[in-house]
Design a protein around this ligand. Structure first.
Ligand code: ZN
Length: 220
């Protein structure tokens, strides 16, 4: 009688993670829990998804042709954003990116590239990741649209002369490469719109002919 050792490779070329046993091991290492209610099973459970408030209509921030938002920053949304932002709940990126990618693929004006408004370097260093970049990469991948990181934050200390006048209006950016056509700029939350406006102005200077914002949530 053959004794089957579940830990033994099942054949030449067997890799960790292959087959039901490997998947079971990964489930233990990476248990999936709902980002909102922590119920096990999926990154965002059905009941929580159905309770998330849809984004209200809002005029786009100055300098943007349009601004697409998925959710209102209300109800359970702040919790979802916090999971994404501070606890690095990367599982939640997949369903969120998939939903946001529909705005890119459904745009009446074809989108040439997706970029993001970078988080300040200090905050990024503390967290080890930039949630806006993760969202942009997830969205671009789902929408089969090129993702380019062309925006760089100009630190407040580095702003002199004319830049000083804009400091109170929001962050300032510079472009590290030219862009063309319709560019979508991704951010997690649209509050005053100052960040998106600053990003849009820089993208236009860098060559964009149309700029759309794309955010996970908008403050009503
Ligand atoms: Zn849930």
């Amino acid at each position: 009688m053959a004794v089957v050792d579940p830990l033994a490779p099942t054949g030449s070329g067997a890799v960790v993670g292959a087959g039901p046993y490997g998947r079971a091991v990964l489930e233990v290492l990476l248990p999936r829990r709902c980002a909102v209610c922590a119920a096990p099973g999926s990154a965002l459970c059905g009941p929580c998804t159905s309770r998330l408030p849809p984004a209200p209509d809002r005029e786009p921030p100055v300098g943007l042709d349009d601004c697409w938002a998925l959710l209102a920053y209300d109800g359970e949304t702040p919790r979802l954003v916090a999971e994404l932002k501070f606890r690095n709940h990367r599982d939640v990126l997949s369903p969120v990116s998939r939903a946001l990618a529909h705005f890119v693929t459904g745009s009446p004006s074809a989108v040439n590239s997706v970029t993001w408004a970078p988080t300040s370097t200090r905050r990024r260093r503390r967290r080890g990741f930039d949630q806006a970049e993760l969202l942009a990469r997830g969205i671009g991948g789902r929408a089969s649209t090129p993702v380019t990181g062309v925006l760089e934050r100009v630190s407040a200390g580095a702003q002199t002369g004319a830049d000083r006048d804009h400091r109170l209006l929001g962050p300032a950016f510079r472009a590290t490469a030219p862009v063309a056509g319709h560019v979508v700029v991704v951010d997690d939350v649209w509050t005053t719109g100052a960040t998106l406006s600053a990003a849009a102005a820089t993208l236009r200077e860098a060559g964009a002919t149309r700029v759309s914002g794309l955010v996970l949530a908008v403050r009503p």
